[in-house]
Design a binder for this molecule. Sequence first.
Ligand code: CLF
Ligand code: SF4
Length: 291
Amino acid sequence: MAISYEELTTKHPCYALGKKGQTGRIHLPISPTCNIECKFCDRKINDYEKRPGVASTVIKPEEAIGVIARSLELCPDITVAGIAGPGDTLATDYALETFRLIKSEFPQIIKCMSTNGLLLPEKAKEIIETGIDSLTVTVNAVDPEIEAKLNGGILYHGVHYTGVEAAEILIKNQLEGIRLVSAAGITVKVNTVLVPGINDSHIEKIAKTVSEAGASIYNIIPLIPQHELSDCRAPSCVEIDGARQKAEKYIDVFRHCQRCRADAIGVPGEKDYGDQIYLKRIAHKDTFSHG
Ligand code: CLF
Ligand code: SF4
């Protein structure tokens, strides 16, 4: 049985309501490839950028166990093992394979998975059987016309779809997947990248729709302009706060997101141990986040 939402709010740093959580998470950079084309995403392997989609290296499922053991020694506050990239966790089988290993080696660790949701309906049964405790789905729009401005295309069952057609498939699968997974008792969090001028007046609709589908908590992540959306601007603090207040009418809102790298280790927003476990990180550069 997956850990309850109530328990997650005290044991999982990304489900903390009110003040920032004090527990830690380890991100395992297991999933190398992606099956959709977010226009703000620039996936990279490097040591210096601090944002989702970036990792120093990609590791194999069997390497994850040693990585977790070393991380727990360095940071005993870690309660969560998350997989959030650098690509999509369902585009390959590595993430679910890794979670099965974690379940037998570290049964006390919360298993947290993040996905774009394209393959969620067909993988829901396996996710439930694997014993995932918390699932994040990134939903940037529930209107295909808006989603098409944020995502160029999808590769779905060997066919490349683009524009509104791609967006319709993606949104349908995300919502159906959220329904299936949440109905099995797994807590679902939804992340939305807030992009001024594209989805900023659509946040209320997303929050209402995902809440009705079964999501428990919502995380609005400010865009860091890059890639095809490099001409967009980042939302201001006032805009982010306004969006959160609108969403809160329908669903609990998480407010402490740190826009983590796919190989972050430690308590979010505090010391990061990733450079002691993975490759050495040599510099820092501000960039974008997709959650
Ligand atoms: Fe990682 Fe994401 Fe799990 Fe957290 S991060 S897979 S839910 S363990 Fe957390 Fe980092 Fe924000 Fe993500 S602070 S980017 S919301
Ligand atoms: Fe894939 Fe995530 Fe990048 Fe979107 S943001 S293209 S889901 S890796």
